[in-house]
Design a binder for this molecule. Structure first.
Ligand code: BES
Ligand code: ZN
Ligand code: ZN
Length: 492
């Protein structure tokens, strides 16, 4: 899809579907669209347009087609409404078999600067149009249905340059999120740890990053006992991926760690059959880390960013670890594996310990870590655990701006003793099942000694959706990429 920026009034654009926004509860469209005037208002009224969020009406106006999309109530406008507006518009235009649309660069204070508006519109449109269709045949009548051109129309010529900047940022971010969605939607027979490693190599080559990959045999030799314990039951060799984006004179160093279980059967503590197929998304943390590095390097962020992804399957087999086994992690701490299904914390323990060698200012891990987080927060909030209030605030604000919202849970030390073992330093599950999300984080915290500032993000409930949303089609969400990029872009 080609994206171009122009200046002028929307009704001067020809050959593309013009998209107007309608506010709920307003009698006329003229306030938002003085240039389009009474004609547009009459058209909208005739069609019974109410302006409810994401309501659509495709209507003929003179020789052209216009699409009116509901923006909701004026008081409830937000940058997220704008993303949804663009997504709904693009999807509707495509579904009706048109190939080109013109969207306004709406200058409303709540949307932010012209640059931010353009970024939001591009993210909304591109992410809304995303689909995972590489594994099926597209029916004949669907084949031509694709958007070739998106025209952003800025009122003033002086806004074009800023809008173009926003378009570029939006395209880079949407591209990264789409890559992450592809990796997550891809089934585990096609997206193996080796495939993730090759993707990391591709990113490194395209963007001149340093890439280190430690395969299973190496991990065994080097004492990565956490990931090795999980990986030893699988036919696919584990891959420990390290991507290092190091611009000249970085202002800070971030380490991003991702859980990369390409399929979580539970291991010998086998999961029940219902919805087990969804466990291909247990590598969403690792995928988000790869996507974030790709976008950060393309946008030339002035920070050193280390991406660490621990990738393996969790399988039952004759070589798999068994309940009660004790392993020795890279940190030297021993763990009694009382449930082989609590494998994410095992692989992450090695990631967090490994991160220490880069002396990061900030370390953040992302993981589809606990079913308890799905129960507690569902699909609307990422679980955030950290002892650093300032970092919590920054992540929370980035979440509000991107609509990848987080909700903080306590990391109080009183939760710690539940993870102590009688025969090893730690056990990987509690014996009560209480506070599963927090106790998992307490386990991880044991491996962060010496790290300056650390936050854990549990994305188990937010990485996958069974409900279609305007710019998040069913399936992989790609959660984390926009959140982390926003956090880093606004760091100073
Ligand atoms: N990958 C799962 C967590 C999960 C569950 C993610 C549902 C997404 C949706 C994780 O490895 C796991 O199985 N955790 C166990 C931990 C338990 C054994 C302490 C869980 O949550 O049941
Ligand atoms: Zn598991
Ligand atoms: Zn898992």
């Amino acid at each position: 899809m080609r994206i171009v920026v122009r200046s002028g009034a929307l009704n001067q654009v020809h050959g593309a579907i013009r998209v107007y926004g309608a506010l709920e509860g307003e009698q006329t469209l003229e306030k938002l669209w003085p240039a389009a005037g009474r004609e547009l208002t009459q058209l909208a009224q005739g069609a019974g347009v109410r302006g409810a969020p994401n309501e659509t009406a495709l209507l003929p106006l003179g020789k052209a087609w216009v699409l009116i999309v509901g923006l909701g109530k004026a008081k409830e406008l937000s940058v997220d409404r704008l993303r949804q507006f663009a997504a709904t518009a693009a999807r509707t235009v495509r579904a009706r078999g048109h190939t080109s649309l013109a969207l306004p660069v709406l200058k409303e204070k709540v949307f932010g600067t012209v640059e931010q508006v353009a970024q939001a519109v591009v993210e909304g449109a591109r992410l809304g149009l995303y689909r995972y269709d590489k594994l099926k045949q597209i029916p004949k009548h669907e084949q031509g249905k694709r958007i070739d051109e998106l025209i952003l129309v800025a009122e003033q010529p002086g806004d074009v340059a800023s809008a173009k900047h926003g378009v570029h940022t939006g395209e880079v971010i949407a591209e990264a999120v789409s890559l992450v969605r592809d990796l997550i939607n891809g089934p585990s027979n096609l997206v193996t740890p080796t495939v993730l490693a090759n993707e990391a190599r591709r990113i490194a080559k395209d963007h001149k990053l340093k890439c280190t990959i430690l395969p299973f045999e190496q991990l065994k030799k080097l004492g990565f006992g956490g990931i090795v314990g999980v990986a030893q039951g699988s036919q696919h060799p584990a891959q420990f991926i390290v991507l290092d984006y190091a611009p000249a004179r970085p202002k800070a160093t971030f380490a991003l760690c991702g859980k990369g279980i390409t399929f979580d059967t539970g291991g010998i503590n086998l999961k029940p059959a219902a919805k087990m197929e969804q466990m291909k998304y247990d590598m969403s943390g690792a995928a988000a880390v790869l996507g974030t590095l790709q976008a950060a390097a393309t946008l030339k962020l002035p920070y050193r960013i280390i991406g660490i992804a621990a990738c393996t399957e969790n399988m039952p087999s004759g070589t798999a670890q068994k309940p009660g086994d004790v392993l020795k992690t890279l940190s030297g701490k021993t763990v009694e594996v009382l449930n082989t299904d609590a494998e994410g914390r095992l692989v992450l323990s090695d990631c967090l310990h490994y991160a220490k060698r880069f002396k990061p200012d900030v370390t953040i891990d992302l993981a589809t870590l606990t079913g308890a987080c799905v129960v507690a927060l569902g699909g609307e909030a990422v679980g955030l655990m950290t002892k650093d209030d300032r970092l919590a605030q920054r992540i929370s604000q980035a979440g509000d701006r991107t609509q990848e919202r987080v909700w903080r849970l306590p990391l109080w030390d009183e939760y710690g003793p539940a993870m102590k073992s009688d025969i090893a330093d730690l056990r990987n599950v509690t014996n009560t099942g209480e506070a599963g999300t927090i106790t998992a984080a307490k386990f991880l915290e044991e491996f962060t000694e010496g790290l300056t500032s650390w936050a854990h993000l549990d994305i188990a409930g937010t990485a996958w959706t069974e409900r279609d949303k305007p710019y998040v089609p069913k399936g992989a969400v790609g959660i984390g990429v926009r959140l982390l990029l926003e956090l880093m872009r606004s760091w100073n």
